[in-house]
Design a binder for this molecule. Structure first.
Ligand code: ATP
Length: 189
């Protein structure tokens, strides 16, 4: 089964992420998308980063009405800091019947060559890239395993969501209602 992996801190997950995941389900042969929530880095104190349990809970709430979307805490149990290549090895071993595909914005391509295990990632896995403003990498886009999609990208970020909340304004429509309620109940951000 072709499974798309969407890595991020999801602090919090927002509709921009959900739109991309659903686009991949609708327009590519990806059959499931997993949001892989990055764990807290114990060596980095980050005052705006909500606890990993909260970020996972919000991702779970965001996908609960879609059986093809999942939130994964796989990296919580792996060595830190998380390296994508380690996570991929672990997932491949745990789910031998699945074929994992990386989903990322074209802006992420700019620094990809510096990632641990870069050559193994780009030769061993397909990368489904959606066009996004920012720095890019044309030579990477030409690699055999890279496919670029023109998905609808909403110009919002988790940083913006946190700023809206800090300004005591509503994040209605920017995150699912369930996520909005969770943020309020737990007084996050
Ligand atoms: P922050 O503002 O806190 O950096 P973010 O909104 O960029 O957060 P991440 O959790 O870092 O969210 O995102 C995970 C992945 O989703 C990243 O690869 C990021 O490039 C991508 N992404 C973020 N916002 C959007 C968006 N509006 N549309 C499409 N992709 C997005």
């Amino acid at each position: 089964m072709k499974t798309g992996l969407f890595f991020g801190s999801f602090n919090p997950i927002h509709v921009g992420h959900l739109i991309i995941a659903n686009y991949m389900l609708q327009f590519t042969e990806v059959e499931e998308v997993w949001f892989v929530v990055s764990p807290q880095n114990p060596f980095k104190i980050h005052d705006t980063l909500a606890d990993e349990k909260h970020r996972l809970a919000m991702a779970r709430l965001a996908v609960e009405d879609n059986e093809k979307l999942k939130a994964s805490d796989v990296e919580f149990g792996l060595s830190k800091p998380s390296f994508t290549i380690h996570t991929l090895h672990h997932l491949k071993e745990t789910y031998p019947d699945r074929e994992f595909i990386l989903i990322m914005g074209s802006d992420n391509l700019a620094g990809l060559h510096k990632w641990k295990g870069f050559e193994e990632i780009i030769t061993g896995y397909e990368l489904f890239v959606y066009h996004r403003e920012g720095r890019d990498n044309q030579s990477l886009k030409a690699r055999k395993n890279v496919r670029v999609f023109d998905a609808p990208v909403l110009n919002i970020s988790a940083t913006f969501i946190r700023e809206v909340l800090q300004a005591k304004k509503s994040v209605r429509y920017l995150v699912p209602e369930s996520v909005k309620a969770y943020i309020e109940e737990n007084q996050l951000y």
